[in-house]
Design a binder for this molecule. Structure first.
Ligand SMILES: [Zn+2]
Ligand SMILES: [Zn+2]
Length: 73
């Protein structure tokens, strides 16, 4: 699979992930990593939250998570 944003720009880059907003493939340059907390409920234990992550494309990141980090080169 190739990065949608790179393909639109006329280049082909392999993807490193898939946008959770629109489903587009994103390359290392276009991937945005947004933190996401997951609630873990337990009947016998203490409920807690774990830090997970969401992969987004630049378009969805701008709309949903402006603070999403750019993947380190
Ligand atoms: Zn790209
Ligand atoms: Zn997207």
């Amino acid at each position: 699979m190739h990065c949608l944003d790179c393909r639109t720009a006329g280049t082909n880059s392999p993807t490193v992930g898939v946008c959770q907003g629109c489903g587009a493939g994103v390359c290392a340059t276009h991937a945005r990593i947004a933190p996401r907390s997951v609630r873990r409920d337990s009947l016998i234990g203490i409920p807690g939250e774990a830090e997970a992550r969401t992969v987004l494309c630049p378009v969805c990141a701008a709309a949903e998570a402006p603070a999403a980090a750019v993947l380190a080169p």
